[in-house]
Design a binder for this molecule. Structure first.
Ligand code: LMR
Length: 396
């Protein structure tokens, strides 16, 4: 079975973490994988997470299996976070939620569901997108196509091209949209552009599948859900893959969720029964710990308020690093206009550095960023920022 196998290519993001670990240079800097770091370059456990874990340790009474779709309280908390507690989707029970192992797990469940119920549908991803998107959908047996998203000439959204491409997608196909903090470009549609996207999606009868991994890292918890809410029309359908890796700092707990919005409450329940079939054949039922942490935090008014403060702190630090990145490059004598970095959203900055420049940053300076030129701005600190800016000035 295995004797003729050659080495598979490394993952474009996680593979870099391995290369970084093996780099002996003590001055190495890892700005590849999307992990938040504080001002000291550490990825701390949130205080609210620690408090919730202490509560769980004292009160948890069993480690018995959860249901296939996880804990109902967690599902309800996830929906309230996405839509807002009073939204008609919640009040009319038009959405169902299954707890999944991370945002990637949620995407895979969504992909399996689409394959099972509408196997001929193609999935359309933005160009560029998170490199794992096509892999996840293809692994489920789906066809993957792309629509234009990024205009390198202006470092902005190629909106006219995007809309024209969406208008040609066949009815019933799936469009993957990044709810906020587009990965890798950091460029999100404006409210007016979201409204235009909503019109096309409705007119073409496309199924929106939102990857929602950065809620709270862009403008704020509610603001970041604006694109999703704007796309919903009464009777409309959508899928949302949430991740809590970033906004709760729960990366290795693998905690996410798939939320499905249907036209009626009965249709949502029927769809949930199909989601459960996909989950049972994959990981059977979800791991509990991360979901218990989130349910504990969101269920306590004090912890929730404290968590929102922690989230605001992370968001503020990222914005500050963006501003300093722009001024730091100028201070190194870089004349190219990098002001767009301060306008992008979320963890990542799509710098426009070429593959060759990225390689030189890695080989000559042990600075690791993704081949596409994507830098994890949330990994910048006052210490590594000047080093990065100087190295970029030199490779430019
Ligand atoms: C990233 O894009 O760096 C993150 O979403 C982490 C991952 O799994 O790739």
């Amino acid at each position: 079975m295995f004797k003729r196998l050659e080495m598979a290519p490394p993952d474009p993001i996680l593979g870099l973490a391995e290369a970084f670990d093996n780099d002996p240079n003590p001055a190495k800097i890892n700005l590849s994988i999307g992990v938040y770091k504080d001002a000291h370059g550490k990825t701390p456990i949130l205080q609210t997470v620690k408090a919730a874990e202490e509560f769980i340790l004292r009160h948890e009474a069993t480690k018995s299996y959860l249901g296939i779709d996880g804990m109902p309280e967690y599902a309800a908390a996830t929906r309230a976070l996405i839509f807002g507690a009073g939204h008609p989707i919640v009040a009319d029970r038009l959405a169902v939620t299954a707890h999944a192992p991370g945002g990637t797990g949620a995407l895979r469940v969504a992909a399996d569901l689409i394959r099972n119920v509408r196997g001929d549908a193609a999935v359309w991803v933005s160009q560029p997108t998170w490199p794992n998107h096509p892999s996840v959908f293809r692994a489920a047996g789906l066809r993957v196509n792309s629509y234009p998203y990024f205009d390198p000439a202006t470092n902005s959204l190629a909106f006219a091209e995007m809309r024209a491409a969406l208008e040609k997608i066949p009815a019933g196909d799936v469009v993957v949209l990044h709810g906020c903090c587009h990965n890798p470009t950091g460029i999100d549609p404006t409210p007016a552009q979201w409204a235009a996207i909503a019109d096309v999606v409705a007119a073409r009868e496309l199924l929106p599948l939102f990857d929602f991994a950065y809620q709270g890292f862009g403008e704020g918890l509610r603001e970041d859900a604006g694109g999703i809410l704007g796309l919903w029309r009464p009777g409309g359908e959508m899928l949302i893959a949430s991740s809590f890796s970033k906004n709760f700092g729960l990366y290795n707990e693998r905690v996410g969720a798939l939320t499905l919005v249907a036209g009626t409450a009965a249709a949502a329940q029927a769809a949930l029964s199909h989601i459960k079939i996909c989950i049972r054949a994959n990981y059977s039922n979800p791991p509990a710990h991360g979901a218990k942490i989130i349910t504990t935090i969101l269920g306590s008014p004090e912890l929730r308020a404290e968590w929102e403060e922690e989230l605001t702190g992370m968001r503020g630090r990222i914005w500050e690093m963006r501003r300093r990145f722009v001024t730091g490059l100028a201070a190194q004598g870089v004349t190219r206009d990098f002001s767009f970095i301060a306008r992008q959203h979320g963890m990542f900055s799509f710098t426009g550095l070429t593959k060759d420049q990225v390689r030189r940053l890695r080989d000559a300076y042990s600075i690791y960023i993704v081949d596409s030129g994507r830098i994890n701005v949330a990994g910048l600190t006052e210490t590594n920022l000047p080093v990065l800016c100087k190295a970029i000035a030199e490779v430019l």
